[in-house]
Structure formats: C-alpha cells, structure tokens
Write a protein that binds this ligand. Structure first.
Ligand code: NZQ
Ligand code: ZN
Length: 397
C-alpha cells in the first residue's frame, strides 16, 4: 500500500426533506449573497429551485441566479459567471444540478479566488494556492460525476478550435457542503441514470486497476461499492422512483470519487483521459456514454497483452459473478469484461463507437487531440500513443 493522505472535508447533508436546511447552513458558513447556478432548466420544472430560494429567503440571504450551464460546461459561460459574481458582490456559489453545474461553479470559484482565468490551471496542470478558496456548495440532482465531493473540476474550452476538455485537480475545489436528497433524482431520465451508473462504476474501477497488489481493504471497499451500484442501478432503471435505489446511487456517486476507493493506490484514470477528448470534439456525447464504450475496449486491449490478468479475473469473480477458472484465469477475466458489457447494454448504455454516432473517419482527430498530435501518451499499464489508441478504438467498433 502506498503512503496516502485522505481528507474529504465536504459536509454531507443527506436524505428526504433537507432543503429547509440550505439557507441556515450557508449562513453558518458566512454567506450573505449567493449565486444560484443551474443548468438547462430541470431544477425549475421539478420545483427544486423554489425550495432552494425559499430556504435562502427565510434565512435572510440575498441571491442572484445564473441558469444555462450546458452538459460539458463551457469556459465562455464560466467567464460570464465570474463577471456576474464580481458585479453582484457574491460571496457564496450554490450549484443546483449535476456534474456540469458543479464544475462550472467550481471554475467560477477558482476565477474569483485567484483573479486568474481558470483555464490557466486546467491547461497547464497547475492549481491555485492552498488558501485561494471560494466557497462552493451543492444541491445535487444527479448521481454520476461525484463532483460534489471530488477535488476535480472538468471544463471545456470553447474559445479555441478544436475545443479542449481538461480538468483542474486541487483540494481547493472540493465543495464545502453538499445537500443530497435522493428524491431530487427521481426525474433523471433513464439514459442519464445509465450514464451516471457507468461513471460511478468507472471512478472506482479506474482506481482498482493499475494499483499496487497489497491493497486488500481498499479493493474490497471498491468491490462492495460496485456490487451495490450494479444492483441499485438495475432497480433505478426499472423504477425511477425507487428511493432506496436512488439513495444508494447518490451516496455511491460521492464515495466513488472522494478517494475512499483509491486509498493507497496511484491515480492514473487512463479511460477518462481517452474519453474527455471524445466529448470535447463531439459535444453531444455524454461522459458516461463515452466511458461505457471505451472501458471494455481498454480492458480487452490490456488483457490481450497478458497484463494484470489476476486483477481482472478477481473483479470478474467478485463483482460480475463469473466462476473463477484457476487453470485459465484469462478466461475468467475475459468473461468478466463481456458480463460488464452486457450489463451496460441492459441499462441502455452504448458499447460501441458506432452507437455514439462516431465513424472511422472521426477517429484520427480525436486521437490527435488525445495525444497532442502524437507528442504525448496516456499513462496506463503501458503508455498509450496513437497506435495503441487506434487498437483500442478497433476493439470498440
Ligand atoms: O441542465 P438540466 O436541465 O439540469 O439537465 C441535466 C442535463 O441535461 C440533466 N439533469 C440533471 N439533474 C436532473 C436532470 N434532468 C432531470 N432531473 C434531474 N434531477 O442531466 C443532464 C446531464 O447533466 P450533467 O450535469 O452534464 O451530467 P453529469 O452529472 O454526468 O456531469 C457530467 C460532467 O461532469 C464531468 C464530465 O466530464 C461532464 O462534463 N465530470 C466531472 C468530474 C468531477 N468534477 O469530479 C468527474 C467525472 O469523471 C467527470 O469527468
Ligand atoms: Zn467520470
């Protein structure tokens, strides 16, 4: 087990009828004027927006609103948010939405805390100083990205051609508080529910592989989370109003990406690094849908090279219920990948590039963006350059 620091300071307020606590809690954190940041309007349709504003009003907090965050949040809109907050003297940002709204809020916060363009950090892999923190809170409406507790902030620069999607990784972007009422996810579509299930699983699986071999506790926590998500996912797809299933997915969204399932392991996230250029160049592709296509193909590519076969077989056996073949663990491993693919298919997720609407003639531009025109590789079990990524795409056709 590698040395590690585990610190997840986000306060979680979880369960039914928690919305009246929003105003008083923000007040305790020193908020006086709040930006309510949200997406394309689902929060207004569901009535959640009114509950949030009623709570802020009754706590005596003033607020301004900025709706319109698009999935895969855009830098140009983040700039508008920074301007608005400065003009309105906002001292707290409340994200009401899913990962895109949260990441847009985090980036606005980075701009306000540092006085710099957030893209400066995303594009260079640098991060704000430890004390450059602007308070961001979350009212979560979608169990998926885990941004409500994560130290990541993923944004798309739409001011360059081609667009580039990149993350800031910094402890300064962890939200201060997250209000999580599973009922607020009942209205999430089946497709977005599926995308969320895949993304939650991926945040744990990306940590599961490429680790040191002696992380038994961390791996068993990971497997427990994956099994619970596998079962709750099926139930939430069958019945969107299943509170317990939605609650499991919501809590798993946070635990899967707050580092709990990665303690003692390195963090590479190769499949995320393959996916972000896909959704940067093809904005209609949801992050979770890109992952459900690329993860099985990446896993097959690794297995074809006989790498870490026992770990893949272990996952197949413990999570996907495949009987262990001790003479041929590679068969168990391969069957595990097929079972996972079948599960993704069952919950309505794409498993081929064609299902994402991508044609072979689209591949090269994505591969060029992923590898900075062949000058960079994605860190994985083995470095993934242009040739390797082409081979992974072939397996994803
Ligand atoms: O915009 P509205 O109208 O709210 O609709 C949204 C959006 O169209 C809808 N939705 C959300 N809650 C709903 C709802 N519809 C009905 N009822 C509700 N309760 O869902 C659609 C997708 O929302 P989005 O926020 O884009 O989805 P998600 O939470 O999956 O976030 C995806 C973004 O997060 C990034 C992804 O790359 C992507 O940009 N990620 C962020 C991470 C982080 N910061 O830690 C980690 C992840 O790996 C990921 O990269
Ligand atoms: Zn993700």
């Amino acid at each position: 087990m590698n040395n590690f620091i585990y610190c997840t300071p986000t306060k979680v307020i979880f369960g039914r009828e928690i919305e009246p606590q929003i105003g008083p809690t923000l007040k305790k954190y020193g908020a006086t004027r709040v930006l309510i940041h949200y997406g394309g309007g689902s929060v207004k349709k569901t009535g959640l927006f009114d509950k949030v504003t009623a709570s802020l009003d009754s706590a005596g907090l003033s607020w301004v609103e900025l709706g319109g965050v698009e999935p895969n949040p855009k830098l140009s809109f983040i700039h508008q948010g920074i301007e608005l907050c400065r003009k309105e003297k906002v001292d707290f940002i409340l994200a009401v939405g899913g990962g895109s709204v949260i990441d847009s809020s985090k980036a606005i916060g980075v701009g306000l805390a540092t006085g710099n363009d957030p893209w400066q950090y995303a594009s260079t892999g640098t991060h704000p100083e430890d004390d450059q923190v602007f308070p961001v809170g979350v009212v979560l409406t979608l169990a998926a990205a885990g941004s409500e507790m994560s130290n990541s902030d993923v944004i798309t620069n739409d001011l360059v051609t081609p667009w580039v999607k990149q993350g800031i990784t910094s402890e300064t972007v962890r939200p201060i508080v997250a209000f999580m009422n599973p009922e607020n996810t009942f209205t999430v579509s089946k497709f977005q529910t599926g995308c969320g299930i895949v993304d939650i699983m991926m945040h744990t699986m990306e940590r599961y592989f490429l680790g040191t071999p002696d992380c038994d506790l961390t791996e068993r926590l990971a497997e427990g989370l994956l099994i619970a998500v596998r079962d709750a996912g099926r139930r939430a797809i069958a019945d969107p109003n299943d509170y317990e299933a939605r609650a499991t997915l919501m809590w798993a969204s946070s635990l899967s990406h707050n580092d709990l399932t990665g303690c003692g392991k390195p963090r590479y996230f190769p499949v995320h690094k393959l996916e972000h250029p896909v959704s940067a160049l093809h904005d209609r592709v949801s992050h979770g849908a890109g992952l459900s296509v690329l993860f099985p193909a990446w896993a097959k590519f690794i297995l074809e090279r006989d790498i870490d076969v026992m770990k893949f077989a272990q996952l197949a056996n413990r999570v996907w219920g495949v009987e262990m073949n001790y003479d041929h663990p590679e068969r168990t491993a391969a069957q595990g990948i097929e079972t996972m693919k079948a599960y993704f298919h069952e919950i309505g997720m794409p498993v081929t590039l064609a299902e994402l609407g991508l044609k072979p003639e689209d591949y090269e531009a994505i591969i060029n963006l992923t590898t900075k025109n062949g000058t960079a590789t994605v860190k994985s079990y083995l470095p993934l350059g242009k040739e390797e990524i082409r081979a992974i795409y072939k397996l994803a056709e």
